[in-house]
Write a protein that binds this ligand. Sequence first.
Ligand code: ZN
Length: 308
Amino acid sequence: MYKKLLALASAGSLLLAALTSCSNAQAQQSENTVKIAYLPITHSLTALEEAEQLKNNDGVQVELVKYGSWPELLDALNSGRVDGASVLIELAMKSRQEGIGIKAVALGHRDGNVVVVSNDIGSAADLKGKTFAIPHRQSSHNILLNDALATAGLTIDDVNVTELAPTEMPSALASGQIDGYCVAEPFGAMGVSLGVGKVLFTSEELWEDSICCGLVLTDSFIESRPDDAKAFVEGYKSAGNSLDKESALAVAKKYMSQSDDVLETSLQWISYNDLDITEDIYNTLVEKVKAYGLSDNPPSYTDFVKNF
Ligand code: ZN
């Protein structure tokens, strides 16, 4: 009887040990995990690539949280339901301006936007009096529209600007509801691929070293887990440097339900290397944000950008 009890006790303690080690492993996993919000667009490929690259590593892990729109993603970021996000940098600047504790730690991508117009538009001058769609007033797409109009001596007052969901833009152009649009990719490529529009300008032609999306982290994450934050940002930049056309296409196909043709067209315009936010390129963005009326008081480089 005594022996039996001892055996039971020993089995019990083994079971307990197994359960404890299991829950320790889970705790460790969630302790090392960074929750990153993203939209399924080619502009967020660096975060997606990093999540793939770190999957089999022992250190920091990326948990991707997918959202369907910028307002939903912003809500999650601003309320601290995620540790960070790949987001339009102007939206993040606005949040920072409103007192939300976030920092921009890297660029989302380099270049990567196009101004798409209907096939009957020959030059920027033809946009006068036309209707043009952007995803959000707080976006580099708004800035690029202003830059495009400026090439013909026009301003934003010369066009009707409408905000549309990115997915609706190609069909709105096809139906004639709008005459052009500028938005995160691959929706520009989709319009071109469908033959309903053409590229009037690439972002490179309008704004050298343009900034569009940024990788942002919450202050609470950076302060409470500085080592993970550093490892995550280093892994992110390294993932960006490793993305060539082939690997970008592979990760885009995994996360986005778009045809190869649309993705290949889109990936011609973008790169992911060298994603540091330098003071020079940030200050150019700040000037444009002020000049085009997106904000009178955008956050300064030292207040908003953190380099690891
Ligand atoms: Zn972008």
